[in-house]
Design a protein. Structure first.
Length: 355
């Protein structure tokens, strides 16, 4: 029999990607392997989901921190029912969940808390991980704020070398991740910005989300003085952070709201959001709409040599810090959550002449 896990040494994680079993138990894993094998011959097709990438980065950060990571070891968890576990991936991982262990939920799972409003009523579920400030604010409208903790996927600088000393022949690398309403936004938003760059004699290249390989991206970053990052919202934003890790300053479109069409399924009112949730004045500039683009570009270009985005990534988004914040949540999961304190009873002032 294997030794019992030790807090501070062993982390038990459970993960499911988007696939489900279809015909026989376990065939989802075979389909996943086949999908990745086919993707090798289609290099511009993304073969790994965002949830799987987050889980991979989590495991790597924990292992670099000296932890032994056990993945989908149900037997070990059942033998140690008081030991905390982490549950990650797509929501169906929670279907018919039977393990009694206290749990950290995430990264992954739900886009909005109203998808499972009673989720944190389960006493086993102690901590829910959110990826950024705006996501925490949204989830705190439904879940007890005390159950919410931040976690981010750490960024290893080694695969993203400092390119600040390289010869540059691209002034602006445009990262096009406009996901919704493209038929309107391309002619009314993107094309006027391209015209403005051309008017200023700034050379640009356009990189479309999922339409490139890792090697192509690394080479383009080495050639680029800056990035124009176009995405409606992000909970982390791996691509712009990889640019910052390469010491490429970022000018980011940040409309300020969650524009996902699915929002209307859960919220009628606008939800505040950010396209660059991990960002500071060291990294670049933001603008919210086309009318702000030219002034923001003026500010950005005048300070181009003053930014230090790589230092920001090294200090704020390291693998070591990612492991640290997860392990803090993991340790906290071993302690039962206290019920919310009742609101104080206020005496009514009453109204004269009434009972």
């Amino acid at each position: 029999m294997r030794n019992a896990p030790v807090l501070g040494r062993d982390v038990l994680l459970f993960f499911e990607d988007r696939d489900r079993d279809t015909f026989v138990r376990g065939d989802r894993r075979l389909r996943r392997r086949l999908r990745k094998a086919v993707a090798r011959f289609r290099p511009h097709k993304q073969s790994v989901t965002g949830f799987e990438m987050s889980f991979t980065y989590l495991c790597r950060a924990l292992r670099l921190a000296g932890q032994t990571v056990h993945v989908n070891d149900y037997e070990l968890a059942r033998r140690n029912p008081e030991y905390p576990i982490g549950i990650c991936g797509y929501p169906h991982v929670l279907e018919n969940w039977s393990l009694p262990n206290p749990a950290v939920l995430g990264p992954g799972l739900f886009d909005h808390p109203k998808q499972r409003p009673a989720l944190m009523d389960d006493p086993r579920f102690r901590i829910y991980l959110v990826r950024c400030d705006w996501m925490r604010d949204m989830f705190a409208t439904v879940y007890d704020p005390q159950s919410l903790r931040y976690w981010f996927a750490g960024l290893d600088l080694a695969p993203w070398p400092d390119t600040s000393g390289h010869a540059k022949d691209v002034d602006v690398l445009i990262y096009d991740k406009i996901r919704w309403n493209r038929e309107t936004l391309v002619p009314s938003f993107l094309e006027p910005m391209l015209a403005e760059l051309s008017r200023r004699n700034l050379r640009y290249e356009i990189l479309r989300y999922t339409k490139y390989t890792h090697d192509e991206y690394v080479k383009l970053l080495a050639r680029s003085r800056s990035m124009l990052f176009l995405c409606e919202s992000e909970t982390q934003g791996r691509a712009y952070q990889e640019a910052m890790a390469s010491d490429v300053p970022v000018l980011a479109w940040d409309p300020g709201y969650w524009l996902d069409p699915n929002r209307e399924r859960w919220e009628s009112a606008p939800v505040k959001a950010a396209s660059v949730p991990y960002f500071s004045e060291r990294c670049g500039e933001r603008f919210s709409g086309l009318d702000e683009f030219a002034p923001a570009l003026d500010r950005f270009w005048s300070r181009l040599g003053d930014y230090s985005p790589r230092k920001y990534v090294a200090e704020e988004l390291s693998m070591a810090e990612s492991a640290k914040v997860y392990l803090s949540a993991y340790a906290a999961a071993s302690v039962p959550r206290l019920p919310p304190e009742p609101l104080p009873v206020r005496e009514s002032a009453g109204v004269a002449g009434t009972r």
